[in-house]
Design a protein around this ligand. Structure first.
Ligand SMILES: Nc1ncnc2c1ncn2[C@@H]1O[C@H](COP(=O)(O)OP(=O)(O)OP(=O)(O)O)[C@@H](O)[C@H]1O
Length: 222
């Protein structure tokens, strides 16, 4: 489903990726671990077509991602990928329901239909009654569950999650991870999860370590 081969990327003089290789099977949940600054987020951004590598190849869901133009990459992100980031990054002016519906609205789905598709996610993720709140009126855990619903509402083939529980306390983080994993399994969504926390990585089927811009080890979790 995902294959990265010898991916390199530098920010000016700083090499962030120095020949990273990664393969992820369809439906697999893979945790990308490693020290701060090792290149985890850069690798995720390359896989997701947010950043374009300097070298190497990236194939995701049958498409070569690294050679696509900006418009094609943005269409691929919108249509096939879902995202959850550390701080949720909800649009503050929109209600929770509108935030969840956003990927559908951006894909051209009519407002009523998009909001109808967003609606079941509130019950599914324990957010009933919060549909009309804005992000400033949600707790961190609620906001992150809204962000998770937004990441999954369009039925992505791959969910990219970068430290999705990084801003949450451990209990709230566990609730978010339980929901993320259950929802991904239910939809058969492949998940690439960047985390530096072993507790979070333990939710994955497998973890890989990134060190100095390379994927250095593969391990099957017990
Ligand atoms: N936009 C940028 N401009 C310049 N340098 C960058 C940029 N993004 C990342 N880097 C550098 O690239 C390297 C890899 O960064 P990256 O964010 O991928 O690491 P990370 O493993 O995700 O770290 P963390 O766990 O701290 O988030 C680091 O040296 C970082 O300083």
């Amino acid at each position: 489903m995902i294959e990265a081969r010898n991916v390199t990327l530098s920010f000016g003089e700083t090499p962030a990726l120095r020949g990273a290789d990664l393969a992820v099977e369809r439906g697999e949940i893979v945790a990308v671990m490693g020290p701060s600054g090792s290149g985890k987020s850069t690798l995720l951004h390359c896989l997701a077509g947010i950043l374009v590598p300097d070298g190497g190849e990236i194939h995701v869901d049958g498409r070569r991602v690294d050679t696509l133009g900006e418009n094609e990459r943005s269409a691929l992100r919108r249509d096939r990928f879902g995202f959850v980031f550390q701080f949720g990054q909800l649009v503050p002016e929109l209600t929770a329901a509108e935030n969840v519906a956003l990927p559908l609205l951006l894909a051209g789905v009519r407002r009523a239909k998009a909001l109808a598709a967003a609606s079941p996610w509130f019950g599914r993720l324990g957010l009933d009654g919060l549909e009309r709140r804005r992000s400033g009126e949600l707790s961190g855990g609620q906001a992150q569950r809204v962000a998770l619903a937004r990441g999954l509402v369009a039925g992505p083939t791959v969910l990219f999650a970068d430290e999705p529980t990084g801003a949450l306390d451990s209990l709230t983080g566990e609730q978010v991870m339980d929901l993320l994993v259950a929802s991904a399994r239910e939809q058969g969504t492949t998940v690439v999860l960047v985390t530096h926390e072993a507790r979070v990585a333990a939710y994955a089927d497998r973890h890989v370590m990134v060190r100095d811009g390379r994927v250095t080890s593969l391990a099957v979790l017990p």
